[in-house]
Design a protein around this ligand. Sequence first.
Ligand code: HEC
Ligand code: HEC
Length: 472
Amino acid sequence: MEKFKLLPLLFICIYSSTFANTRLDRHLSATEALKDLNFMYKGRGMVISPDLVKLYDTMKKLGLGLGETGILNKRWGLNLKDGEIKGFFSLPYKNMQMGVLGCVACHSGKAAGKYIIGLGNKNIDVGQIGADAYLAQLFWGAFPRPNKPEFKEIHQRAMQFTGVLKNKNINNLTQGLVPTSQVKTWFYEVTNTPMPKDFGRGQVKVPQLWGYGEKRKSGSFWDGFADGVLPGWAVAVELRGGQSAQNVREYENKIHHAEDMLGDILPPDYPFEINSQMAKKGKELFNQTCFKCHGTYERDENNHPIFKSPKFIPHHVVKTDPERIDFVTDDFLALIDINPLNDLMKYKKRENRRGYVAPRLWGIWSRFPYLHNASVPTIYDLLSPASERPQFFDLRESGEKERFDFERLGLKVARDKNSRQYKSNARNAQKGKRHTYYTERVGHKNIGHEFKFYKDLTHTDKLNLIEYLKTL
Ligand code: HEC
Ligand code: HEC
């Protein structure tokens, strides 16, 4: 008798533990696959001049400059771990060795000392990488390679790519921001359209990729402007890197597969203690105010997040820096209509496209500095009036534990006006140092996301909200 009663229970246990494993397993295999994901195809894509990567291979062997705080990390903002650059590969093509940039060069990063795949890289500086790689390639390509027939063409494409990245009129002014203008230039080139003078930079921080399975349905990117169900946008950087539209068609299925896989990535859990009393109060407050735009947050029976699509919020409501949305001009949209991959890259037809998506907040503890332009270092600052937010802050080592602000949640920044650190940050901001965020720069304003209910938020309310956000 006893035996029979236990059977269904046993069945449920086995069933639910397999189910739990599948979601976790899918997450693990997705991050494992993303780690190596790149779209080099027929020697083209985000590649540097052929064989130049051999220098890096040699450095790796000798252990030069590849410490976790080495020069490649400080100057270029690359993720260095276990003596190698994450998301940079050395792959053979014909009788050449290709240096290839993969997705996790940008789509992985550190927070509070933890390396997280799918988090945006807080320090990547493509403008600096472009300028340095351009120079190196200039010397590298000076000699003919008679026994390597494709060298010249691939080299020239790499020069063109780094030439765009280093263009001071359109590139990022600060590390940790990526200029989407680089992708926009491709549309002008491929349609032989002259670039307008006020091209814009379109600087944004790299978004997190967990939850993308639902997000793409409502529109990709910070403003949700792109049709994310189609596969073209995910490889827009590859086209800019020198891939041909024809080649992209040949590996379309690989893109579909890769994008589906992104939907399996789970957010990182907050790695420190959470005060559950405060979090409970914070949740109540969140569900009275923030939920209107950011939604509510539920978990499945195995405690994994249930992902949902985020909402689009018009700019006149959120009022954050408009540079990124104003950069999507009517001219640009018209070129998207006629680009050679216009069946794979479309934009969402919206009556009012001026606005930003209110991101879903899973794993938000790790995604600082906050907002699409990374202009606000902590949640506490984001919940305070814009006039009280820091105007400049140092970005160096921003993913390390020493730089983690547990209380305000986010990046720890110098606030005492009399401290040496504060004064030196002020000087670096004025001098235009790329490792110092300065809200006076174009596209860097820390305005907006300041709502009527803010005036009623007490210090304790903010701390409770922060505690709740840690649970997401
Ligand atoms: C140079 C850095 C960089 C590299 C390399 C890169 N991305 Fe991105 N990615 C970005 C930035 C920046 C955005 C946000 C652009 C925006 O919203 O305007 C983005 C957005 C995305 C999005 C949309 C996310 C969302 O929330 O809407 C997807 C999907 C994506 N990237 C996939 C990839 C894949 C796959 C690769 C590898 C082929 C890749 N990215 C390589 C910087 C990069
Ligand atoms: C009226 C709509 C609205 C309300 C209400 C609102 N937000 Fe937002 N929130 C947005 C939008 C839109 C963005 C994106 C703005 C941008 O990136 O420029 C955003 C961005 C954020 C971000 C930054 C996300 C990131 O990836 O950097 C956080 C954190 C956030 N909100 C938290 C909150 C909290 C907590 C509350 C409640 C106290 C709240 N928001 C209330 C619309 C709203």
